[in-house]
Ligand binder design. Structure first.
Ligand code: GLA
Length: 386
């Protein structure tokens, strides 16, 4: 019996009907493009969030997290209200409760309620989408338990809606799509407008390469307004340029578009988004042709763009990138929303100890807390485990 099944039985006094799991993600390239209807290229992490669950019949949703000491949270499904999400020590439960609310709000019948126990291996605040992992695992569990006819992209969209409207974080759809739809050994090339997905083979090991994930352990807070500001700036710039979204600006027309923008901040944001969409397309081609090493400089270029034009990096992320590239990484960049969280570095497989030491040494030298360095192989999206 798995740990999460045993814990469920200890807590609720009976066995769950099933166990579901959904992973965190790393975004290889395509940052801050998803809310501009653009392109992204994330892949799923091996670390995931498990949910053991069973239906109830009385309209109560009981939520328990093995990682939060707040005890069980008990909510009335019919009373779930985005104006009153759980607060304080129970704030983690806004994610699963939000998913239940989003399913109901979409007319999907989960009204009988459920008992849920969640346990996660995805680090929180590391820019690795622990929230999406939790939302997608819960969404899949409820959809399966209640026999709902929802597709993975629909579930991802509902999970995102939960985060936007119930939790109050104005994220795009990348993280939930990666968690719900990724497949092992592949990156997910996603058009965030149409949700059309292509699975691009991404096998570092076969080419003697490895991807390091360097968690700076600086906690980001997307809800703190900077993310929403970036989003608003992009929408203003799109309106000023007369396009539905920045995705509609072709790379070839960038200089002309920039010249017609009066606001210097808009110019920087637009330059990042348009060049980033182009980097996604180029890296997809390199992956397809097996020229992974050549993607390195584009990753680093993406970091510079996020640092200087989009202004969402931080000194710890910049140092991780500088130290990794100085130690021989082919390329390195911050990944995720920014303002902290993780950087990734593409390295030769046998360079792992050396690059790790260089980054850790640089952090020590700067007086920063030691980073947490792991490697990541593209893993499977959400699954039913039992
Ligand atoms: C966060 C959001 C995503 C995306 C990234 C930036 O991870 O949740 O939707 O906008 O930031 O690329």
């Amino acid at each position: 019996m798995s740990a999460v099944t045993r814990e469920f039985r200890e807590l609720y006094g009976y066995l769950p009907e099933g166990v579901w799991a959904a992973p965190g993600r790393v975004n290889l390239i395509g940052e801050h493009t998803d809310y501009n209807d653009g392109f992204v290229l994330p892949f799923a992490l091996p670390q995931r969030t498990e949910v053991a669950a069973a239906r109830r019949g009385d309209g109560i949703l009981r939520l328990h997290s093995a990682d939060a000491p707040s005890g069980a949270v008990s909510l009335d499904v019919a009373g779930l209200d985005p104006a009153r999400p759980p607060q304080g020590a129970a704030s983690w439960s806004a994610y699963p409760a939000g998913v239940a609310w989003a399913l109901l709000d979409a007319g999907l019948p989960i009204g009988g309620g459920a008992d849920l126990l969640v346990r996660s291996e995805v680090p929180t605040g590391a820019g690795l989408s622990s929230s999406a992992a939790l939302e997608v695992a819960v969404g899949l569990a409820l959809a399966d338990l209640y026999g709902l006819a929802t597709t993975r992209p629909e579930l991802a969209a509902l999970a995102r809606r939960a985060e936007n409207a119930y939790v109050g974080v104005p994220c795009g759809v990348m993280d939930q799509m990666a968690s719900a739809c990724a497949i092992e050994g592949h990156a997910l090339h996603l058009d965030t407008r149409s949700l059309e997905q292509r699975h691009v083979p991404f096998d570092c090991a076969a080419q003697g390469l490895r991807l390091l994930v360097i968690d700076t352990r600086v906690k980001h807070a997307l809800a703190d307004g900077a993310y929403a500001q970036r989003r608003a700036s992009c929408h203003e710039a799109a309106a000023a340029l007369g396009v539905p979204a920045l995705r509609d600006l072709p790379y070839a027309g960038l200089e002309q578009a920039l010249a017609s923008l009066a606001d210097p901040v808009h110019r920087k944001r637009v330059r990042h988004v348009v060049t980033e969409n182009e980097r996604v397309a180029r890296i997809v081609e390199l992956l397809r042709s097996g020229a992974l090493r050549e993607a390195g400089p584009l990753l680093t270029e993406g970091h510079v763009s996020l640092r200087d034009d989009y202004e969402v990096s931080c000194p710890e992320l910049d140092l991780a990138v500088a130290a990794a590239t100085a130690a021989g990484a082919y390329g390195s960049r911050m990944t995720g929303g920014g303002f902290g969280g993780s950087a990734l570095a593409l390295i030769d497989a046998d360079a792992e100890p050396e690059v790790g030491r260089a980054v850790t040494g640089a952090f020590r030298g700067a007086g920063y807390a030691p980073p947490r360095i792991t490697t990541a192989a593209p893993s499977a999206g959400a699954v039913r485990l039992r």
